[in-house]
Design a binder for this molecule. Structure first.
Ligand SMILES: [Zn+2]
Length: 657
């Protein structure tokens, strides 16, 4: 359909130049004629959902991308005690959840996520996963009153499990401003290698996540978040405080989201002294060495053979942990921009946990520190007190203050994945978008900022061009899917990776080609500032970037985010006369963009000139430019800011004629 439109396009000719020449080399756009043109590029407003428009009317959101005066968010406190048996990989836990209803609605039920049921037979999912049987609920109670399992929510104090979701009817309706307490006891197996985002490597290194029954998000736009966990889409999470005690056999080093509260009980004196040293100087300290591991000196010894590790975290959207009896631990401090308003830089504890056989990991603490520093200096100060990279069976996954990383053999791959996951501390950890519905809103932003950080530490690799090429390989093909689609609804192959990661990453770079890199990055900062610890929708993001750009960008969002339109600019013709040249630029694509031109004259003078996007939006397919002097070469977008699907028509040179 797109190609047929191009075949029938109108050609704009015969216009004459009236604008004054612009020194040093005069270039003048030829005004478009007034004949009616096809409407292929007519600007379509970004479509918002009814629910989002209603939120604007209620004043919880605004049309300009900021939280509204009536914005609210639910608040949760989790107290969890859990024990992991590394031999059987069995994890059992009991939690008390205090849920505070800040919404203006009276709630008669609560909804929960039981992610581990994605590994139970008969549950819907889109990936091949190892089977563990899922979560076994031992007890569900509200304010001490036991609830019973049912097939439907019949009356108060019943709960229904449906795949990865659970609904629980409350004994009394929870009014606006009210709180309730839910107790759940459960057990499950941590899945072996091969599960997404959590698992253990041969019962030796455990990276544990999606491990506790979790209250689903209830937000101002859609109410209860009703998407099940189908294993491709990730998470939408409420901000909460956590107080977690984890019981492991002695010799199993544990780290987690949150600050360790009882180091004296679990870490030997020499290990604690080395952590203190890491926080007092700039070099990296080997806090637990291979020697310590071999001698059983990584943890304290316990009378009963088990240690309890207590971690506390505030204002986080999730809680993950890692443990191994083979972990070494490198630590360093990062001195970061002030996040707490006391005017002094923040000292953050950076850790890398890894087993001795992964030699590339000796650089991991250094890489983690580079990444957290790079991102903290650019997007928003880092609000958490620590960041840990933990080696294990998961290639790369982000949790608050904590990332799971696999074991790539080369440094560039290791840095790239560490920086990617650490960048997620900003989007979506501190800026809590809905990953399960709009994966691009964190993965696309993170691809863009990861590429910038890789360029900073390994200059010359040009990772942004690699991202652009990944998108271009399927751009406009039947494999491509639009960015706004929900992540569990993509097909096989590179479709999801392109729509969630490389294409939206590439588009931020393309937007930088339109409004300037500083404006795009200012937009990401504004977005973080406005939506820190809140729940932005795509429309909040679009409007915030427009605020940073100082202009409407619906013409950009619609074809690029809602469609699979592609860009193809071409030098159609160059006519050299005695007084100058007439250059014809043609738009063969269906995603309108301005044209970034580099004009080289015969005397070597180089002029960069931009043709506006507006004539394309009006339906024209050609723009004509007059250039004073003798043109030697014309090149469209020499910096490759834009993902042009056909670059071989972007260059004209007189030598080739
Ligand atoms: Zn990611």
């Amino acid at each position: 359909m797109k190609r047929a439109l191009i075949a029938g396009m109108l050609v704009l000719t015969g216009a004459c130049a009236t604008s004054a020449p612009v020194p040093p080399v005069a270039t003048a756009p030829v005004p478009a004629d007034t004949q009616p043109l096809r409407t292929r590029h007519a600007v379509r407003p970004v479509p918002t959902s009814n629910a989002f428009r209603a939120a604007i009317e209620r004043g919880t959101r605004t049309a300009d991308g900021r939280p509204g005066p009536n914005y609210w968010q639910q608040r949760i406190a989790y107290r969890i005690e859990a024990e992991l048996d590394p031999v059987t990989a069995r994890l059992s836990g009991a939690e008390t959840i205090v849920y505070h209803n800040n919404s203006p609605d009276t709630l008669r039920e609560m909804r929960f996520m039981l992610y581990q049921n994605a590994f139970a037979p008969g549950v819907q999912r889109v990936r091949r996963v190892p089977m563990t049987g899922g979560t076994r609920l031992e007890r569900v109670a509200v304010e001490g009153q036991q609830a019973r399992e049912g097939r439907m929510l019949t009356g108060p104090l019943t709960y229904v499990v449906d795949g990865t979701q659970m609904r629980l009817s409350l004994p009394r309706a929870l009014p606006p401003g009210g709180s309730t307490t839910v107790q759940i006891a459960w057990s499950q197996a941590v899945p072996p290698r091969g599960a997404p985002r959590t698992g253990h490597a041969e019962n030796e290194a455990f990276v544990v996540a999606q491990w506790y029954p979790q209250v689903a998000v209830y937000d101002d736009v859609n109410g209860w978040h009703a998407l099940p966990y189908w294993t491709n889409g990730e998470f939408y999470l409420e901000y909460a405080d956590f107080d977690v005690t984890l019981t492991l056999p002695e010799g199993w080093l544990v780290d987690a989201t949150g600050v360790l509260q009882n180091a004296d009980d679990v870490l030997p004196g020499p290990v604690r002294a080395r952590v203190a040293r890491a926080l007092a100087q700039d070099s990296i300290v080997n806090v637990v060495t291979e020697n310590d591991v071999d001698e059983g000196a990584a943890t304290e010894r316990a009378p009963g053979g088990h240690l309890e590790w207590r971690f506390v975290a505030r204002d986080v959207r999730d809680f993950a942990f890692a443990t191994s009896n083979r972990y070494m631990w490198d630590a360093a401090r990062a001195i970061l921009p002030d996040a707490h308003g006391d005017g002094r830089p923040d000292t953050v504890l950076v850790s890398a946990l890894y087993r001795p056989q992964f030699a590339a990991w000796r650089e991991a603490a250094h890489y983690t520190r580079h990444a957290v520093t790079f991102h903290a200096e650019r997007w928003h100060p880092y609000i958490y007190p620590k960041v840990t990279s933990a080696e294990g069976p998961i290639g790369g996954m982000e949790y608050p203050m904590f990332v799971f990383i696999g074991s790539p053999s080369d440094s560039i791959a290791l840095y790239s994945v560490i920086s990617h996951e650490v960048a997620h501390q900003w989007y979506p950890m501190m800026v809590g978008s809905n990953e399960s519905r709009y994966a691009w809103q964190d993965e696309g932003l993170v691809t863009y900022i990861e590429d910038l950080s890789v360029d900073d530490i390994f200059p010359g690799l040009d990772p942004a061009l690699a991202s652009q090429r990944a998108y271009l390989r399927i751009a406009g093909s039947d494999i491509e899917g639009e960015i706004m689609r929900a992540p569990d609804l993509f097909g096989i192959g590179p479709q999801y990776g392109v729509a969630a990661y490389t294409k939206p990453g590439t588009l931020l770079r393309a937007l930088a080609g339109v409004i300037g890199e500083d404006r795009v990055q200012e937009g990401l900062r504004m977005y973080a500032e406005r939506w820190l610890l809140k729940h932005p929708t795509p429309w909040d993001f679009f409007a915030t970037l427009e605020a940073a750009a100082g202009r409407d960008l619906d013409w950009f969002w619609h074809p690029w985010y809602y469609e699979t339109a592609t860009l193809d600019h071409a030098v159609a013709n160059v006519q050299q006369g005695t007084n100058g040249a007439e250059v014809v630029i043609e738009d063969l694509g269906d995603a309108p963009m301005p044209v970034l031109l580099r004009i080289t004259l015969a005397d070597g003078t180089i002029v960069d000139h931009e043709l506006p996007v507006e004539p394309w939006l009006e339906g024209h397919t050609r723009q004509v430019l007059r250039v004073e002097g003798h043109v030697a070469r014309i090149e469209i977008d020499p910096g490759q800011w834009f993902p042009d699907v056909q670059r071989n028509n972007n260059v004209w040179s007189s030598g080739a004629q």
